[in-house]
Design a protein around this ligand. Sequence first.
Ligand code: SAM
Ligand code: SF4
Length: 328
Amino acid sequence: MRDLRISVTDRCNLRCPYCMPREVFGEGFRFLAREELLSFEEITRVVEAMAGHGVAKVRLTGGEPLLRRDIERLVEMLAGVTGISDIALTTNGLLLARSAQRLRDAGLNRVTVSLDALDPAALRSMSDAAVSPERILEGIHAASDAGLTPVKVNMVVRRGQNDHCVIGMAEHFRHRPEILRFIEYMDVGSTNGWRAEEVVPAGEILAAIEARWPLEPMPPVREGEVATRYRYRDGGGEIGMIHSVTDPFCGSCTRARLSADGQLFTCLFAHAGHDLRAVLRSAGGAEKLERRLLEIWAGRSDRYSAERAGRAAAQPGEPKIEMSYIGG
Ligand code: SAM
Ligand code: SF4
């Protein structure tokens, strides 16, 4: 266990149909109540326990993490945990321009910003909201200026929706400091109506870019890295491919996920989590929590993506956990 993703809220200000389709996450949807959420103190206790067992990296996510009030205070608390050397955050960027500097000052190291298109119509269809790409770009630039670098930009590619934007995105981010990463559309959750035909394989994206600007592979920065890295041969910078559908990386996964209400998941595609909130809110202290964490990690056997090819993608009656809840 090296890397912990923490979902700090299950709420979001967008309704990307591949993640939180409006028909499901609409007016009547019951989001977690305040008292169900782990407090910043509880999250910090989990991180302290994990830092003693190898976790050095944490990533705050959601839902939209910048919707959680005073998120800077959590960043500051986590930055003070011995053994934690890298704190990152994944955001849709809408609220980033105004908070980038405060996050940096609190001790945040890096951000990843999701941006699925620069073309306004494609971005609208990917987010099901009237979002302006300029506003997200402003957030990206504010993050770069604040030193939350290298800023990574995530683009989920969905056939028929934004695959025509791949070259435009690549062109925009060439010769810029941000690192653009293309993500295969994944069958997370049970509400997005995922179909294999809508996945654009990373190999296809790569071939399209390579045809325009020749690329060469780059070595991984560290073991367990999910993106395969390439650089433009003409010095235009780096891109990444996240190919969890066509080339799963379960074998080298060192990641755990903590939901906003304190369930620990050892796989993005898990059906159930382990209730750490109950442990945190019971008597027993740090030792009991550590014992429970070790039991969970030692008992882990998930390899959903590696097994996907041999099974039907969505098993009826066996609903998978939504990404907005588990933390993308
Ligand atoms: N709201 C923040 C954001 O959008 O960056 C953080 C949470 S979001 C769940 C984290 C990442 O998961 C985003 O980059 C999003 O595009 C990606 N994501 C969500 N659903 C996905 C899916 N079905 N397949 C691939 N990526 C997905
Ligand atoms: Fe919200 Fe991020 Fe999911 Fe889009 S991908 S609905 S921005 S949580």
